[in-house]
Write a protein that binds this ligand. Structure first.
Ligand SMILES: O=P(O)(O)OC[C@H]1O[C@H](O[C@H]2O[C@H](CO)[C@@H](O)[C@H](O)[C@H]2O)[C@H](O)[C@@H](O)[C@@H]1O
Length: 246
C-alpha cells in the first residue's frame, strides 16, 4: 500500500495527514490473514510511525514500511535501515528555499524537508496548478544540475536521489518474501512503477492486482489500475471484503 491518498485522505497541510479511521483496523484484520503487509511511501518512516493509531498496524509481526521510495526501511521484526545521507540534498534545500523566498513568491508554497529529499508543495498556493507548472522548469534544471531525480506527484515536486522507485521495491519484496500473489494499492504517479511491477510479476506467473484509490485529481492512475475504489474509505471497504472472503 501507498500511504497518502490511499491509507490517508489528501489534506491541504501535509504535516496533518492521518490514517483514515476505518483503514487501520481493516488493514490490521487483513494483515492477520495474509502472508505479509508492506507500506511503500514517499514519506519518511518516522512520519508514518508517528501517525495516530499506527500501533494497530505496527503490532502486525509481518509489517514492513519502505520510506522515501525505499531508501529507508522499517520492519516490525525489529530492523531499521536509514536512508543514506546525500550532500546534494543540502544544496537542493538551499536552492529551493531561495526560490520560495524570492520577491513575489506565493506564500502558500511550502518546502517539505525529508532530510534525504526535499519537496515543494503548491496545494496551499492561490493557484496551485499554475504554481506547479511555473516551478517545473526551474526544479527540472536544478535536478539535472545536481544529478537528482524530480519526482512529480499531487501538487508536489520532489527532488531526491536516483536509484530506487516503488516498482523496484515491490519486485524485490515479493521475491524476498516468496509471496504467491500480490496486491498493490496506489493513487499517484509515483505508484505507477509499482503497478508496472505487479504487471511484470503477473507475466511471470505471480497472480497480482493493481488497485487505484480514486480521486478526480490523478486520472492516469485510475486508467492503469485493474480496480478503482473510492478513496481511503473505499480502500477500507475493499480490505473488509477481502478479509471476509479469506
Ligand atoms: O507515496 P505516498 O505515501 O503517497 O506519499 C507521496 C507524497 O505524499 C505527501 O503529499 C501528498 O499528500 C499531502 C497530504 O494529504 C498533500 O497535501 C499533498 O498535496 C500530496 O502531494 C507528502 O507530503 C510527500 O512527502 C509524499 O512524497
Amino acid at each position: 500500500f501507498d500511504f497518502d491518498g490511499v491509507l490517508s485522505p489528501i489534506v491541504a497541510d501535509p504535516t496533518a495527514a492521518q490514517p483514515h479511521p476505518d483503514v487501520l483496523p481493516a488493514l490490521a484484520a487483513l494483515g492477520r490473514r495474509v502472508g505479509a503487509v508492506a507500506i511503500i511511501t514517499g514519506r519518511p518512516v518516522s512520519f508514518l510511525l508517528s501517525r495516530d493509531g499506527i500501533d494497530t498496524l505496527t503490532a502486525l509481526p509481518t509489517l514492513t514500511v519502505f520510506g522515501q521510495y525505499g531508501r529507508e526501511r522499517w520492519t516490525a521484526a525489529g530492523g531499521y535501515l536509514p536512508a543514506p545521507p546525500d550532500p546534494r540534498i543540502d544544496e537542493a534545500r538551499e536552492a529551493v528555499a531561495a526560490l520560495l523566498a524570492r520577491p513575489g513568491a506565493d506564500p502558500g508554497l511550502w518546502l517539505e524537508d525529508k532530510e534525504s529529499a526535499v519537496a515543494v508543495h503548491t496545494r496551499r498556493a492561490a493557484d496551485p496548478d499554475a504554481e506547479l507548472a511555473a516551478l517545473t522548469g526551474p526544479l527540472t534544471d536544478l535536478a539535472a544540475r545536481l544529478g537528482l531525480r524530480l519526482e512529480p506527484g499531487k501538487l508536489v515536486l520532489e527532488l531526491r536521489p536516483e536509484g530506487t522507485d516503488k516498482g523496484a521495491v515491490l519486485t524485490a519484496y515479493v521475491r524476498d518474501s516468496g509471496a504467491g500473489s500480490v496486491a498493490y494499492t496506489g493513487d499517484d504517479l509515483g505508484d505507477l512503477s509499482a503497478f508496472a511491477a505487479v504487471e511484470a510479476l503477473r507475466d511471470e506467473g505471480v497472480p497480482g492486482i493493481t488497485v487505484c484509490s480514486g480521486s478526480p485529481e490523478q486520472r492516469a492512475v485510475a486508467d492503469r489500475a485493474d480496480l478503482v475504489v473510492d478513496g481511503p474509505a473505499g480502500v477500507a471497504d475493499l480490505l473488509r471484503t477481502l478479509t471476509a472472503a479469506l
